[in-house]
Ligand binder design. Structure first.
Ligand code: C2E
Ligand code: MG
Ligand code: MG
Ligand code: MG
Length: 286
């Protein structure tokens, strides 16, 4: 059963139901077709510096389905997984995002404007996949210092030596890796020191408790300090209130992403936002 949550949003609740339902409805086949015909869309969520200059955007996939409306990643990704299309999806998104980003302003207030692309969890063991990523990056013509690849903490911990080498080769070309949803996986501090990542994205579960939970504040503070001690940048995810923004800046965070500043936007709107200068600090909550 597909439940509607607000305009154009469909959520398939039970994962088992999802799998069989997806099959019955031919969704895997339709997703494959959408990938082959460029039938997916990307939205871009601005990421701002401490002074709210737009310095980056995360590409987030959407599927405008003819009958079900605009489908979001929580629906698309399980279908892709089920249909063995995850790699193809990731590579499609990477290609499309780089094509878009080539046309953005390269700098905002003298800082490079980057594009951030998600790579699915189990890619890490697969050097072939990283090679395919490298080939797409090379073809795109983008300055690789403007590219961030988001990977999960868990995938980095299980990294094979060959995959680690492939990542380091990309890093030498200028690419950054970001640990997505940091704090939700299980990496020890010792392992963390060696992760081939330049950016840490603090999961929004810690941000939402920042104002009221002393424990969350301590976790965020130590994550930021740990990132800086190991020469990494720290981005906060899911920033929804001005109080969170101020507190995060006090704790030394490098950048913010969240509904306080902007929801994910169609590409044309994102370009306009970059050109428009620093984002205002809304005084009401979204
Ligand atoms: P993520 O990488 O942690 O991406 C951020 C998600 O948090 C996005 O949801 C975004 O809309 C949402 N978000 C941003 N700010 C706020 C906020 O202030 N409050 C709240 N409650 N949510 C906020 P989205 O687009 O539904 O993406 C969900 C997840 O799906 C992403 O989490 C990412 O892991 C995955 N994903 C999205 N696009 C792709 C893709 O193209 N490829 C792959 N492999 N995964 C993707
Ligand atoms: Mg992400
Ligand atoms: Mg994230
Ligand atoms: Mg997250």
């Amino acid at each position: 059963r597909a439940k509607r949550h607000g305009p154009g949003r469909v959520v398939l609740a039970d994962p088992e139901l999802t799998a069989s339902l997806a099959e019955q409805m031919g969704l895997e086949e339709q997703l494959g077709e959408a990938l082959r015909t460029d039938g997916l869309r990307l939205h871009y969520q601005p990421i701002v510096d401490r002074d709210r200059t737009v310095v980056s955007a995360e590409a987030l996939v959407r599927w405008p389905h003819p009958r079900m409306g605009l489908l979001s990643p929580d629906v698309i990704l399980p279908i892709a997984e089920q249909g063995n299309l995850l790699h193809e999806l990731d590579l499609w998104v990477l290609r499309a995002a780089l094509r878009d980003a080539v046309g953005w302003p390269r700098q905002a207030r003298g800082r490079p404007v980057r594009v951030s692309v998600n790579l699915s969890g189990r890619f890490s063991a697969e050097v072939d996949f990283l090679d395919a990523v490298g080939a797409i990056l090379a073809d795109s013509g983008i300055d690789l210092h403007r590219v961030v690849l988001e990977v999960t903490e868990t995938s980095l911990v299980e990294l094979s030596a060959a995959a680690r080498d492939a990542m380091h080769a990309l890093i030498r070309l200028g690419v950054s890796f970001a640990v997505d949803d940091f704090g939700t996986g299980y990496s020890s501090l010792a392992r963390l020191k060696d992760l081939p990542a330049q950016v840490i994205k603090l999961d929004r579960q810690f941000i939402s408790g920042l104002e009221t939970q002393e424990a969350d504040r301590a976790i965020v503070r130590s994550a930021i300090d740990m990132a800086h001690a190991t020469d990494r940048r720290c981005v906060a995810e899911g920033v929804e209130t001005a109080a969170q923004y101020h507190l995060l800046n006090e704790l030394g965070v490098d950048a913010h992403q969240g509904w306080l500043f902007s929801r994910p936007l169609p590409q044309a709107d994102f370009r306009a936002v970059v050109a428009g200068g620093p984002l205002p600090l809304p005084d009401h909550q979204p």
